[in-house]
Design a protein around this ligand. Structure first.
Ligand SMILES: [Zn+2]
Length: 216
């Protein structure tokens, strides 16, 4: 890749407002080999409200303690929770991609529940006494768009099992808790109201009427 283009891409990433590089596998390539840079205990998971075209990804404002709560009352610090806007857990897994042109770049795998289940399965089946950071992982992409899935295969040659080296340990891991901050309350309210309006504007599907009459 031309050096100018690389620099431009880097600048666009930094300017994207995300502050980190999401890991992805190009469809044409289909596979990437990575080294996971932190053990699972150190992976960050966050509750994110996100409904396609109705509310953009927004970190849930409920505090840790409240997240464990069963009732909506427990989540009342979050205007989006109070409006029953769905939320789901995203887990952020920092990796170094083999062959990445940027020598010091950490990429971030972002997984929801389904993909994470597959990763959990891989973690369960690691050789005794080894952790996930000791192996390269080959990630294979299958399918496309909403049906895209990723399969993790441990490159489990015992010779390749090694702790992270010094250079890898020194890589700066994006602080996801800080990057995906909880927005100010007025912004949360704005998004919650925007969601309500988008919901109201959604046409009711034919045949779903239950016979209720509107008063006007
Ligand atoms: Zn919430």
């Amino acid at each position: 890749m031309a050096r100018g283009l690389q620099a431009a891409m880097r600048m666009h990433e930094e300017n994207s407002g995300m502050g980190y590089t999401p890991f992805k596998i190009e469809k044409d390539k289909g596979t990437e080999q990575v080294r996971v840079l932190r053990v699972p205990d150190e992976w960050v998971s966050l509750w994110i409200h996100n409904v396609w075209e109705k509310v953009k990804p927004t970190r849930c404002a409920a505090t840790e303690q409240q997240i464990d709560g069963e009732t909506k009352e427990d989540r009342k610090t979050c205007p989006l929770c109070m409006m029953d806007i769905p939320r789901s857990v995203k887990t952020y897994i920092p990796v170094r991609v083999r062959g990445d042109d940027h020598s010091d770049r950490v990429q971030m795998i972002v997984y929801g529940r389904d993909h994470f289940a597959q990763v959990a399965n891989v973690l369960d089946n690691l050789p005794q006494g080894k952790d996930i950071t000791m192996f390269d992982i080959k990630i294979v992409r299958k399918g496309e768009k909403l049906n895209t899935t990723y399969f993790w295969n441990v490159v489990a040659d015992p010779d390749l099992a090694r702790p992270l080296n010094e250079a890898e340990l020194e890589l700066v891991i994006p602080d996801m808790e800080e990057l995906i901050e909880v927005k100010e309350e007025h912004e949360l309210l704005r998004r919650a109201n925007g969601f309500a309006q988008a919901e109201a504007a959604t046409p009711v599907e034919a045949g779903s009427s239950n016979g209720k009459k509107t008063p006007f």
